[in-house]
Write a protein that binds this ligand. Structure first.
Ligand SMILES: [Zn+2]
Ligand SMILES: [Zn+2]
Length: 106
């Protein structure tokens, strides 16, 4: 059974563009406004509409590019999640290792 936690990360698309991605923040599902969670099965799940898809299928819009949804890469998302102190302190090291295994290479 995958474990899900609130997604609190810097913007992985900005990191992929060579910027620092700002401060870690909560992320919301564009389609419904629901809060997003991240699982160690490497899916995002919406707390409102319960859509769930592998993280490789999502795009990001942050305050630097508000309506421009941009992609990231597995390496840059791994960076964003691994350095998300609030998330990793709650989820723990084993969760992070499983997430990285299920993240894949893309
Ligand atoms: Zn961004
Ligand atoms: Zn939703």
């Amino acid at each position: 059974m995958a474990q899900y936690f609130d997604l609190v990360i810097r913007c992985p698309a900005c990191i992929a563009d060579g910027r620092d991605g700002g401060l870690p923040g909560y992320w919301y599902h564009h389609q419904c406004g629901g809060g997003l969670q991240i699982g160690d099965d490497a899916n995002y799940q919406c707390k409102s509409c319960f859509q769930r898809h592998h993280v490789r299928n999502w795009r990001y819009a942050c305050e630097q590019h508000e309506s421009d949804f941009r992609a990231t890469t597995s390496a840059h998302l791994a960076n964003a999640v691994s350095t998300a102190g609030q998330l990793t302190s709650v989820a723990g090291r084993r969760w992070l290792m499983t997430f990285l295994e299920n993240l894949g290479d893309w």
